[in-house]
Design a binder for this molecule. Structure first.
Ligand code: ADP
Ligand code: MG
Length: 272
């Protein structure tokens, strides 16, 4: 089971769009996928048409030990399950401040259901921060995907991501690796996009072989700017249901195929 954390502490870079459409792309290829919404804003849940109000169980209850993961996940479309989130999750950050082993709650919840769930992929949509929810995703993950919008400030936040992933690898999850960077909101043919891509390539080439970034690459599927991708969430549909012929669907299908093509080297996470 491959477990992908989609993270970047910046907002608006394409994390949720990538999480939802990558998960949907893998599901369409016949993989069993669980998408875990880890953002209290609940954007991934809304994107898949799930409104997590009232009695609907959410990932918050998993973090507070009240429910198992299998009790909160729901089928969103064929082969794709969702563990939804809502604003309650913001409270979890505070409630967990003093909890023991608070960084491994999600990993343990996934392991506890591993035999029943039989998912091929778990995709985790992280919030735009490096707080305990993101640390949980990194601890539970086998690999990290970093969506990035190629503009002038894009590289600024990378060193912080570098530090955080290295720290989690050292302390909590020896097998953690950054699989790569997904270029989102890509403007084809612009000088700036090409320059930033070159800078990124250099940055990755220089990373320490011991670091989780040693094998990181830029995914060759570039996610072009496409208005359909921005419209799909308000219809509660992945891009494949909303506009299957648009460039956004083409780009995310390409990314899903790239992910499927990389050998599955994932193993069970071991306890820290
Ligand atoms: P994050 O989860 O990192 O905050 P989102 O995935 O929510 O980022 O994307 C931010 C905004 O940009 C959203 O309104 C989303 O619909 C839009 N968006 C994301 N990717 C694209 C794209 N390739 N083309 C057009 N709009 C996009
Ligand atoms: Mg988001």
């Amino acid at each position: 089971m491959r477990r992908i954390a989609v993270m970047n502490q910046k907002g608006g870079v394409g994390k949720t769009t990538t999480s939802v459409n990558l998960a949907a792309g893998l599901a369409r290829a016949g993989q069993k996928v669980l998408l875990i919404d880890l953002d209290p804003q609940g954007h991934a849940s809304i994107h898949l048409g799930v409104e997590a109000y009232g009695q609907v169980p959410t990932i918050y209850q998993v973090f507070t030990g009240r429910k198992k993961l299998t009790e909160v996940q729901q089928l969103a479309c064929e082969n794709l399950w969702l563990a939804p989130a809502n604003l309650d999750l913001a409270a979890a950050e505070l409630e967990l401040v003093d909890a023991q082993n608070r960084e491994v709650i999600l990993r343990d919840a996934i392991l506890a259901c591993e035999d029943q769930g039989a998912f091929d992929y778990i995709v985790m949509d992280c919030p735009p921060s490096l707080t305990v929810l993101t640390i949980n995703a990194l601890t539970a993950a086998t690999e990290v995907f970093i969506p990035l919008q190629p503009h002038f400030f894009a590289l600024q936040g990378l060193s912080k991501l570098f530090e955080t992933t290295a720290l989690v690898k050292r302390r909590l999850n020896r097998q953690l690796k950054v699989a790569g960077i997904v270029l989102c909101l890509y403007e084809t043919g612009t000088r700036l996009a090409a320059d930033i891509t070159d800078d990124l390539t250099r940055f990755l080439e220089e990373s320490d072989p011991q670091s989780p970034w040693a094998q990181a690459r830029i995914f060759s599927s570039r996610i072009r700017r496409n208005i359909k991708l921005a419209e799909a969430p308000s219809f509660g549909q992945s891009i494949f249901d909303y506009a299957p012929k648009c460039t956004g669907a083409e780009d995310y299908l390409g990314l899903a195929n790239e992910v499927l093509a990389t050998a599955n080297q994932a193993t069970r996470p071991h306890a820290a």
